[in-house]
Design a protein. Structure first.
Length: 176
């Protein structure tokens, strides 16, 4: 029995450590208008290729060999290392985290009209104010659209929490 468990563990680790396609949730100013920015950032990172982008779920599929892209990283450290690389190459604009575990149908989309977002840095500040809240699974902030959106777990977050976080960051909430 212990040999069987050891073999299963070895095979699991081997499959993680081999080259292939991996899907991760993307964080930061991740929206259709920024796809080329993400592609440009990933192109700067050795041993990493962006294969597909899914804006609905805020996910991207990458192709890489974990041993080459993230030398000496243990399997449970790969996403954190990818996050570090993306943040560094994008100057904090993009990041990565593991795929969400809460089913999409259990989440609620909240849209908040905002004023005063007139640049990417302002949008990033608004995004970070909301995204870091417990229960926020995905967020966007757009100065072009004048809105912040958040996909939330209603058991952990609500519109009032989002608006309070935005106001604390100096963002003017324009209305319901």
């Amino acid at each position: 029995m212990p040999r069987t468990l050891a073999l299963i563990a070895f095979l699991a680790l081997s499959s993680i450590a081999s080259a292939g396609e991996f899907k991760h949730q993307i964080t930061g100013l991740f929206m259709p208008g920024r796809e080329q920015d993400l592609r440009d950032v990933v192109a700067e990172i050795p041993n990493l290729k962006l294969v597909a982008v899914d804006f609905t779920n805020a996910e991207a599929t990458f192709e890489y060999d974990p041993a080459k892209a993230f030398p000496a990283a243990k399997p449970d450290q790969v996403v954190a290392r990818l996050d570090q690389l993306l943040r560094s190459a994008s100057h904090g604009t993009f990041g990565a985290r593991p795929l969400r575990t809460t089913p999409l149908d259990k989440l609620t989309l909240v849209e908040i009209q905002v004023a005063g977002l007139d640049c990417k840095a302002c949008s990033l500040a608004a995004y970070e104010a909301v995204y870091k809240l417990d229960g926020v699974e995905r967020a966007t902030a757009s100065f072009r659209d004048g809105k912040v959106t958040a996909l939330i777990d209603p058991a952990k977050a609500d519109r009032a929490k989002l608006e309070a976080a935005l106001k604390q960051r100096g963002v003017t909430v324009a209305g319901p």
